[in-house]
Unconditional design. Structure first.
Length: 181
């Protein structure tokens, strides 16, 4: 009888702990997505972005108070990952400058780009921050001009080098042009 009582107490403690933990999780999760989307909240890029993606900008067009970007994602690989992918693709594992870009199809994804998004492109006259390549901050409309083939700023290399995009769900927080030696 004593053994059954101990089992009963142990089960009751575990159940109580589970109920308490789930109540804390529920309270910490905040309002449901339905009520959160209808409430006025911070801008999507006010916090940390959800993801960083590498790829190529195919179009950037104005749409009301923002721009719409069509983006062709790719994988920018380095190290053993780059060597193995290059070997499988070409028969050689030689990866100059330790970088290899894998293009997995060319499906274009659509993102919203607010006019406040932080954009940097590579330029010979830009600011050298750290050990990178000189870059210049530009506006979203200037980037749209570059994508169309116009030259509002002088680039050090073509936009085909690709961009790193930091995004929150479907909204671009920043775009930074990648240097390819």
């Amino acid at each position: 009888m004593k053994k059954q009582s101990l089992v009963f107490v142990a089960v009751a403690v575990i159940l109580a702990a589970a109920v308490l933990a789930s109540a804390r999780l529920f309270a910490a999760s905040g309002p449901s997505s339905a009520s959160a989307s209808s409430a006025a909240g911070p801008k999507p890029c006010g916090g940390a972005p959800d993801a960083a993606l590498y790829g190529h900008i195919k179009s950037l067009t104005p749409k009301g108070d923002h721009f719409q970007m069509r983006f062709d994602p790719a994988r920018f690989l380095s190290g053993a990952e780059a060597s193995r992918a290059k070997l499988e693709d070409t028969g050689t594992s030689d990866v100059p400058n330790d970088n290899y870009v894998v293009e997995d199809g060319h499906r274009l994804l659509t993102y919203l780009v607010p006019t406040t998004a932080h954009i940097t492109v590579l330029s010979r006259t830009g600011e050298l921050v750290g050990s990178g390549f000189p870059s210049t901050a530009i506006t979203v409309p200037q980037l749209a001009q570059l994508v169309k083939g116009e030259e509002p700023v002088e680039l050090a290399e073509s936009l085909e080098s690709g961009f790193w995009m930091h995004v929150n769900i479907d909204t671009v927080c920043s775009l930074k042009q990648q240097y390819l030696p």
